[in-house]
Design a protein around this ligand. Sequence first.
Ligand SMILES: Cc1cc2nc3c(=O)[nH]c(=O)nc-3n(C[C@H](O)[C@H](O)[C@H](O)COP(=O)(O)O)c2cc1C
Length: 148
Amino acid sequence: MANIIIFVGTVMGTAQGVAEAISRQLIQDGHTARVEMAPRAMDLTENKSAYWVFCTSNTGAGDLPDNIQPFYDQLTTAFPAIAGQHYRMVILGDSCYPTFAEAGHRLDAALADIGAIRDGEALVIDAMNGDDPQAQGLAWLKTWAEEL
Ligand SMILES: Cc1cc2nc3c(=O)[nH]c(=O)nc-3n(C[C@H](O)[C@H](O)[C@H](O)COP(=O)(O)O)c2cc1C
């Protein structure tokens, strides 16, 4: 059984809802899981044995939410030693914005720049398509949960 930490970036709580739905399902499946609403680079270096999931929305014009921006700043200035660590990525956005999902992709790129390895494609949840974000997150989880 695995230990999963889901790092959240959110303004209005949608990404938090997706993260909590995924966390609940993982716990139901027998794993240990928790949602981190105030991510810090230290959470990564201190939890290298955990499996990491990032779940962030976009705000402004392709910006990260305020609660995860300091984490991004730490990644890109302090370069925590996380090379070779695996993670998965969920990005919530809205394709009516020209900056669709850009901040999430920027966070993904920052992790890759310091050597972390994304497993699979990022799940991009588009508010425009109207499907329930939590249901989309849970369907995505099903595609890889058995690998844990
Ligand atoms: C003020 C505002 C700005 C936004 N800017 C973007 C953006 O630049 N790119 C994007 O893909 N989505 C953008 N969105 C859409 C949100 O990312 C999307 O609705 C998401 O589901 C919100 O998740 P949250 O409740 O976790 O913050 C914006 C939404 C708001 C309200």
